[in-house]
Design a protein around this ligand. Sequence first.
Ligand SMILES: [Zn+2]
Length: 164
Amino acid sequence: MADFDDLLAANRDFASDFSLGGFDGVAHAGVAIVTCMDSRIDPLGMLGLKPGDAKIFRNPGGRVTEAALEALVLGVHLLRVERVLVVPHTRCAVASNTEAELRARVSESAGQDASWQRFHVVDDQARALAEDVQKVRSHPLIPDTVKVGGFLYDVDSGLLEQKI
Ligand SMILES: [Zn+2]
């Protein structure tokens, strides 16, 4: 039970001046972000947003998966999302390794065979981004009034560049 004590102590500090109580949970800036789980990415900070402003969906690579689409449909219809940013990034592990390489690295770390574990790697990041943006734009429950953009985040400069 002590494994999380440091984090729980930090949480008590956080809650001591908590200001989001009773908050409605909609995206106050009308923004949804699909991005990578990478710890170098601060999805709110990079857009000048703050907690409460945006819906954020993260996974390895920042891919528009079925679960991401589910989140975006909820965001658009129930949580006031009007703009969607799909944001993969430079030097992403799933875009710079093959599935075989990731399996080998995980196998080595785990000390056991990991060849059965699926890793959704990206062969061509630009093409994957175009496909992902198209998945959002063409979704029957996401209307054309919702603006959808594809961007690349540079983890070394902090800059976001719109690609599509
Ligand atoms: Zn990544």
